[in-house]
Design a protein around this ligand. Structure first.
Ligand SMILES: [Zn+2]
Length: 234
């Protein structure tokens, strides 16, 4: 199976096999008639180059996109979506997410504009993400009876999640901007702390019984987590 940041797209229009590298994503574009084996051989040959390119691009995006600038992108669920901010006199703050992340702001916010946009997004994400976390938790809790007392979404600076002594689970709101499998990994990680309080071999074994491929997601957080946190630190 391919990691999240690598996607294959069959294309009717494309005449040649090629790799597209954009923020957060490597896309292998394959002409429809081309055999799978040939595409995979091409990918293997150029994969190291593409991975390096991706790191470069991600680092550049992380540096330049400090702030909520309309027309830039936002990594919604791991996919870069257009960020569209509209300022309208007399309007209340509004957020909608479809094929773009749309934020409507009242005019004349001046210096506080980015902060208001970020707070509006957080207010929108919080209940939405709690629903996602509860849905993912329901998928995993029955197997080993790892039931959290409560799920909270929080702005956390250094952690992706935590599990308190009374089995309250806290999840970093920035996990709305990672691929869903990464969110799932963090949710299951915290659920496993209900039984295993530390990071002992028993803990990782329990985690692997839920998510055998969890290293993929753990590595995603290690390689891309810091850049994500920087993008949202105003
Ligand atoms: Zn842990």
């Amino acid at each position: 199976m391919l990691p999240n940041h690598l996607q294959i797209r069959r294309s009717v229009r494309s005449k040649r096999l090629h790799l597209l590298v954009k923020p957060g994503l490597i896309e292998l574009v394959v002409p429809t008639a081309l055999p799978e084996a040939q595409a995979m051989a091409f990918l293997n040959k150029h994969r190291a180059w593409a991975e390096n390119k991706l790191l470069e691009i991600n680092a550049r995006v992380a540096q330049t996109s400090s702030g909520f600038v309309s027309g830039s992108t936002i990594p919604w669920r791991g996919r870069e979506l257009p960020l569209l901010i509209r300022e309208e006199p007399g309007r209340r703050v509004r957020v909608a997410v479809d094929e773009a992340v749309r934020i409507t702001l009242p005019e004349d916010l001046g210096e506080s504009r980015d902060e208001v946009a970020k707070r509006a997004l957080y207010a929108w994400v919080k209940p939405w993400l709690r629903g996602q976390v509860e849905r993912l938790a329901e998928r995993h809790t029955p197997r080993f009876g790892l039931y959290p007392r409560e799920v909270r979404i929080k702005q956390m600076k250094t952690r992706w999640g935590s599990c308190g002594p009374h089995n309250d689970i806290n999840i970093n709101w920035l996990l709305a901007f990672t691929p869903e499998s990464v969110l799932e990994y963090v949710v299951v990680h915290e659920l496993c702390h209900i039984r295993e309080r530390n990071h002992s071999p028993a803990f990782w074994a329990l985690l692997a019984r839920h998510l055998p491929q969890y290293l993929e997601e753990r590595n995603w957080l290690r390689s891309q987590g810091a850049a994500l946190i920087r993008r949202f630190s105003l």
